[in-house]
Design a protein. Structure first.
Ligand code: BGC
Ligand code: NOJ
Length: 817
């Protein structure tokens, strides 16, 4: 069942019922100011950091769901309604929500009145615009009221939710209402250097800034007493819960329409301002707010800002686009994959409807992987991001697992010890260099532990990343897993040596014995990149030594990491096998199958094909590939968090979407295009839109996890948006299935597609030039390029050498066979 449809022309998903199975959200903002907005106008805003600089309040896990947002109430006679349905939930005569690239448009119609709300964050600004257009579609004059409403958050979202003894006494507002001045500003500020402004470009008929006054004692935002009584109270908040509400009395003749521009902005006083003082002392410097508001004080200016935002996205998505006979493939590649990649760039795993914005900052491994999906879009920001991440690395090559976006400093509460982390830095650096050809990043002076006095060039960071694995090998010569590898929940050092002493139940530690075959796969895969980078730098001895270490690791995996039909997952502290046919549960895991095949370990010996066949045989389901089988049926303290999940959820045999593309990529490595395609489409949002009632999360983006076949709710997804799946599926489909893959010296063209596909065309920007690629598959093969013609000249092999200069249009014709 569907709750909407794609509008490919406008790059929008159009939701036609407010009663989606879960809130279906969008992200506004591409730079520093961000908002989350659901299909019923729920959500919140923050500046740079969802934890520390939260502008508006949101109540997670609330009842009813998703019942706080940036709302507009219409009081028309006895009827109170909202253009996005919530929070009044008044039945609308028609409802539509269009989630587009960085903007959302809500259109509600009720009793002959149409209200259209367009929400977006303009480029280069620190505010959200809510453009509200009201149109009388009836044949009678209409007199009605509009009330805006936002509930401010007292900045630090964690403190705001927990520290009431303090924060019930910190809220202050300043109000500036003036007919001539046109603006009504409701400003909340902490006694710091920043404040929020909420304004409308019209003179108002009243306002409220105190929540209880607006809602009424024991009131709810579904029917605020001010709205019910159609009269603002002009309340001035002092402590408690400051809100912002404007009252506009509107009269519309039949057919007439009016537009208002509301602005919710973040403002900093100039740094030399005195910060300390009371609001009445006039310490707030209104000049920067006035300047911000002046940029958007007319409909024309707001429309121009929206047009600029759309142009920005058109340009960005113009870097890579395709045209094929598969409509769904085209819409995912051209729009939604890349859009989700940008959102993960901005948010890492911090703020979604499943991540509270206070728990996690930027993940080291997460952000490195996200980069694989957006480096082609914004290479300069990717470069900056890589160096930011590297600066949180420790001198021994290990890394803080997370850092806070505002301070860019490592999160000491979480610390380090995830032994895959260092290798992801090599993955990110390699992707950046392949995309840009910019080796100068290797020379950048980059601190350790955010301490500028401890810095080396970035190349040395990569060296320490690579050596970290070599310096932490376990009893079989496989990499020590540490607290966990990619699988956060496989905590194999939760052991106790003392009989009778209770096991550590959470908070995994490190240890010398537990080993990871997955990290071994990563080491081989990204080690090869490290070798190439060394060679480019002329470090031949180092490259040779590294190459030997990689070959040794390949041997080790084949000796100690192969279980007969698939790659083992790990060894635990007691040197017991994990992910082996010998195990009671958890006999086979997906991760090492994906990465060891991608790394081509034992390919010539037939291991890769066998591993892929085992995945298909043991882990496949109609909704995707589960993480392991059989699920852990009982709790194993010595394995850590993994078995704390019920069978079929999360890392305990859920369909963890993130590593499905690893399998799809691995299938392309062994040339099985039909299977790579099947794996890709099974979890791909556009391909499963028809089962939205089962899947439940947004049909335009990936979710982290889909309940596996062992769970009662098989097929139900959770944790949409912020997942490494975004980058990996885009990588899978663009670089491995369609096969357009940047490499150190040029652009490789190596499609691995279903044999039913006739071919496709693609436009790919690469190092400043635009490649117009036509792939033909007359023999209906799954893989193999027999002819490559670049600008009329036939080329040997399947790599288009990078060209000097920029601005060229290059025509590429590819024949498969
Ligand atoms: C989840 C993992 C997640 C981790 C993040 C665990 O509880 O199962 O999926 O990566 O928390 O800290
Ligand atoms: C989500 C985390 O963000 C990611 O870092 C991890 O690899 C997966 N969960 C698997 O545990």
């Amino acid at each position: 069942m569907k709750f909407g449809h794609f509008d490919d022309q406008n790059k929008e998903y159009v939701i036609t019922s407010p009663r989606t199975p879960l809130p279906w959200i969008n992200y506004l903002g591409c730079e520093n100011f961000f908002s989350l907005v659901s299909n019923t106008c729920g959500g919140y805003s923050f500046y740079k950091d969802a934890k520390l600089l939260r502008l508006t309040r949101y109540r997670y896990n609330n009842v009813p769901y998703d019942s706080n947002g940036h709302y507009y109430y219409i009081k028309d006679g006895d009827t109170i309604w909202n253009p996005g349905w919530m929070p009044s939930k008044t039945e609308l005569d028609s409802y539509e929500c269009r989630h587009g690239m960085g903007y959302s448009v809500f259109t509600g119609v009720k009793n002959g009145l149409m209200a259209q709300l367009t929400d977006f964050v303009p480029m280069g600004s620190t505010c959200e615009i809510n453009k509200l257009t009201l149109k009388n579609t009836s044949d009678k004059k209409k007199d009605f009221s509009v009330f805006s409403y936002v509930e401010f958050c007292l900045w630090n979202a964690m403190d705001d939710m927990t520290n009431f003894q303090r924060n019930f006494s910190t809220g202050e507002v300043e109000i500036h209402v003036g007919g001539s001045q046109l603006f009504h500003k409701t400003e909340y500020r902490e006694r710091r250097n920043h404040y929020a402004v909420y304004a409308v470009n019209a003179s108002v008929d009243g306002f409220d800034t105190d929540r209880d006054s607006f809602l009424g004692a024991y009131g709810e935002n579904s029917a605020p007493s001010v709205v019910v009584n159609d009269q603002s109270k002009n309340s001035v908040a002092s402590g408690w819960a400051p809100v912002g509400s404007h009252h506009l009395k509107v009269a519309l003749e039949p057919g007439e329409e009016k537009t208002y521009i509301f602005v919710l902005g973040y403002v900093e006083n100039p740094v030399n301002e005195k910060w300390v003082g009371r609001a009445e002392d006039g310490i707030i410097n209104r000049a920067p707010a006035d300047a911000l508001l002046a940029r958007f004080d007319t409909t024309e200016k707001a429309d121009a800002a929206l047009a600029e935002l759309k142009a920005y996205w058109d340009k960005l998505l113009g870097h890579f686009s395709i045209s094929s006979s598969e409509e769904k493939l085209d819409r995912m590649v051209n729009v939604w994959h890349q859009y989700q990649c940008m959102v993960t760039f901005n948010m890492s795993r911090s703020a979604s409807y499943f991540e509270s914005g206070i728990g996690r900052g930027m993940g080291f491994r997460d952000s490195c992987q996200d980069l694989l999906g957006f480096v082609h879009l914004i290479p300069d920001r990717a470069r900056e991001r890589i160096l930011d991440i590297a600066a949180t690395q420790f001198e021994d090559g290990s890394a803080y697992h997370q850092y806070q976006p505002l301070t860019k400093k490592g999160n000491a509460d979480i610390g380090s010890g995830f032994n895959d982390d260092p290798l992801w830095l090599i993955a990110a650096a390699a992707a950046y260099i392949k995309e840009t050809g910019d080796y100068s990043i290797l020379d950048e002076s980059t601190p350790y532990d955010s301490d500028p006095s401890k810095a080396t060039d970035f190349m040395e960071h990569l060296r320490r990343s690579f050596n970290y694995t070599i310096n932490h090998l376990g009893p079989h010569g496989l990499p020590q897993i540490g607290r966990a590898d990619w699988n956060d929940c496989l905590n194999l050092n939760c052991f106790s040596e003392e009989p009778g002493e209770s096991f550590q139940t959470f908070g995994p530690s490190e240890g010398p014995n537990a080993e990871s075959v997955f990290i071994a796969g990563m080491f081989v895969k990204y080690g090869k990149d490290y070798v190439k980078i060394c060679r480019h730098k002329g470090l031949c001895d180092e490259a040779d030594t590294a190459q030997k270490a990689i070959e040794q690791m390949e041997k080790t995996v084949m000796d100690a990491g192969w279980d007969g039909e698939w790659y083992l997952r790990a060894y635990d502290h007691y040197k017991h096998k994990i992910g082996s046919k010998e195990c009671e549960d958890g006999k086979i895991f997906i991760e090492p199958q994906g990465f060891c095949v991608i790394a081509e370990i034992g390919k010539d010996e037939g291991l890769c094909l066998k591993a892929m066949q085992s995945v298909e045989k043991y882990l496949d389901t109609k909704y995707g590939i589960v993480l392991l089988q059989p699920p852990y049926h009982r709790y194993h303290v010595e394995l850590g968090e993994i078995s704390s999940y019920p069978p079929g959820y999360k890392e305990n045999a859920g369909i963890f979407c993130h590593n499905n593309p690893w399998i799809s990529i691995a299938e392309t490595v062994i040339g099985r295009g039909n299977r790579a395609w099947q794996v890709y489409t099974r979890t791909c949002p556009a391909y499963i839109e028809d089962i939205s009632e089962i899947h439940r999360t947004e049909p335009y983006v990936y979710s982290q996890m889909i309940a596996g076949k062992d769970a009662p709710n098989f097929g139900e997804a959770k944790n949409s948006w912020l997942t490494g799946t975004a980058a990996w599926t885009f990588l899978d489909v663009s670089q491995y299935i369609l096969g357009i893959r940047p490499d150190y010296d040029g652009l490789i063209i190596d499609p691995c597609i279903p044999d039913t596909m006739d071919g496709f065309t693609a436009k790919r920007k690469f190092r400043g030039n635009t490649y117009h690629i036509t792939v033909r598959n007359p023999a209906h093969v799954q893989k193999g390029v027999t002819k490559l013609i670049v600008d009329g000249a036939t080329i040997d092999g399947n790599m288009i050498p990078a060209i000097n200069g920029t601005g060229h249009d290059v025509t590429v014709e590819v024949t498969m066979g």
